[in-house]
Design a binder for this molecule. Structure first.
Ligand SMILES: C[S@@+](CC[C@H](N)C(=O)[O-])C[C@H]1O[C@@H](n2cnc3c(N)ncnc32)[C@H](O)[C@@H]1O
Length: 337
């Protein structure tokens, strides 16, 4: 795979993110990381393009619609912002076909009080955090809610249809898996609803029972069903973290861009929500920091940046990026802080 729509993978494209995203095919992207202008936070022209915060949030909804369209049914999106602007955004983004998984707080561990003037310190508490919205696509029934993240809809559907086709009642299957006291449990209906995934031994037990010596039913192998489930399920490998992410922001000397985001956050998002070979869209790439991490972690990326000089800087950064890291490194979340 070398292209996505008209774009070569692993390239930075100059232009407006929403317009450029229109050329990406529907449901083709695994992960989107969006670090848009925050609206009048940075003293630069690109952050002052809108007259009001509502105008800014409407603009976000426009590119958000494209982001939602290109995201795979099991895709994920992270959006950077602050305490105020994300409140406006969230109301709008809730209308899209995705669900809020976390409102992550980035607690900046190297924030210095000296940044606030003595006068300011008398009137408010120093803001030492930023926010990140984490949405999952909500297009797959049975995979759409946090509670049902373990759901295996293809397996559930298959179990139910095959049981009905064989004429065996649910009760008969339930009796194969009694509770410790010998009563009936809800495990079989949970498997059929796709709320849980049976173990291989449990699947084989049902298979053997409904076939009753024949090979007519449940002919699909357990591992194939498991693979189908894994392919559909939203990848998530961030279980050892909470929704408070503590770590440093980048400081002046190391920064190539006024809003450059630290490597450790990009790594955390990319490793938690994509796999090797996944496609990551970095919608507002700035210095290319996020794309460079995606590349190093053996994901493909496509990045957009409206300012030609900034886009060139990002291209240079990616070109200078070390070759992809060996697997032993990048699958270890310990190295990420
Ligand atoms: C918050 S910064 C991104 C910083 C980046 N994450 C990094 O680590 O360097 C936002 C970037 O979006 C760019 N931008 C502004 N409007 C844009 C648009 N309509 N389409 C694409 N990029 C845009 C700006 O030029 C700026 O570089």
């Amino acid at each position: 795979m070398t292209t996505l729509g008209p774009y070569d993978l692993n390239t930075i494209i100059t232009g407006d993110a929403r317009e450029l995203a229109k050329a990406i095919p529907d449901e083709s992207v695994d992960l989107i990381i969006a670090d848009p202008p925050y609206y009048r936070v940075a003293d630069v022209d690109w952050d002052k393009q809108w007259k009001t915060i509502d105008e800014w949030a409407d603009w976000c909804l426009d590119w958000g619609r494209e982001a939602c369209r290109i995201l795979k049914p099991n895709g994920s999106i992270y959006i950077y912002g602050n305490n105020k602007n994300l409140a406006y955004l969230q109301v709008r983004f809730d209308k899209l076909e995705w669900m809020l998984i976390n409102l992550i707080i980035w607690s900046k561990t190297n924030y210095t009080m000296l940044k606030a003037s003595p006068d300011a310190l008398r009137s408010y508490q120093v803001q030492a955090e930023e926010h990140i919205l984490f949405y999952g696509n909500d297009k797959l029934p049975g995979f759409g809610t946090v509670a049902s993240q373990q759901a295996g809809t293809p397996m559930g559907e298959y179990l139910r249809k095959e049981r009905i086709r064989s004429g065996v009642s649910m009760r008969a299957i339930q009796e194969l898996f009694p509770s410790q006291t010998g009563g009936l449990t809800g495990c079989v209906s949970n498997w059929e609803l796709g709320l849980n995934f049976p173990l291989k031994e449990q699947y084989e037990k049902i298979r053997s029972y409904i076939n009753n010596g024949t090979v007519e039913y449940l002919r699909q192998e357990y591992e194939d069903l498991r693979q189908e489930y894994e392919d559909l399920r939203r990848p998530f490998n961030g279980g050892k973290f909470t929704d408070i992410w503590s770590g440093p922001l980048m400081n002046g000397a190391n920064k190539k861009h006024i809003s450059e985001k630290p490597k450790w956050i990009s790594d955390r998002m990319i490793l938690a929500s994509s796999k090797r070979g996944s496609i990551v869209v970095d919608m507002f790439t700035g210095s290319g920091a996020i794309s460079a991490r995606a590349y190093q972690l053996q994901r493909y990326f496509i990045a957009f940046e409206i300012d030609p000089a900034t886009a060139n800087m990002a291209r240079k950064r990616v070109a200078e990026t070390q070759p992809p890291l060996p697997i032993v490194y990048h699958e270890q979340m310990e190295l990420l802080t």
